[in-house]
Design a protein around this ligand. Structure first.
Ligand SMILES: CC(=O)Nc1ccn([C@H]2C[C@H](O)[C@@H](CO)O2)c(=O)n1
Length: 105
């Protein structure tokens, strides 16, 4: 089912609001977002809304294909990014890269 909402861990809020983070990598359960869709963003921990984003693209990517560019788009180092993903999803092969930009209101 399509959803006009996405959550992020609170620790990423600043990076999203500053524009430093422009992608997020999710599992198949969040592969339903579509380019052009406006999505409300809230914290995972308390469901507090903090911005809207516009989805630019949703692309399938393998964990082993993650590179320095993806890390920069996540505002992390590549080892940090790999570690964050493994902490959240365990050993995962297929990810969905959701590219987005902030809607300034
Ligand atoms: C519930 C859930 O899975 N929430 C998530 C998943 C991922 N993220 C962030 C963490 C990294 O920056 C990227 C890569 O997965 O996306 C998140 O904030 N919340």
């Amino acid at each position: 089912m399509s959803s006009n909402k996405i959550t992020f861990f609170q620790r990423f809020e600043k990076d999203i609001l500053s524009g430093a983070k422009t992608i997020t990598l999710r599992d198949a359960s969040e592969s339903h977002y579509k380019a052009g869709q406006r999505v409300a963003v809230s914290t995972y921990e308390t469901d507090r809304w903090f911005c809207d984003v516009l989805i630019d693209a949703v692309e399938c990517i393998k964990f082993d294909e993650l590179n320095q560019i993806h890390a920069e788009q996540e505002n992390m180092t590549l080892p940090e990014l790999r570690s964050v993903i493994t902490d959240i999803y365990g050993e995962i092969e297929t990810l969905w890269m959701i590219s987005f930009h902030l809607v300034r209101t």
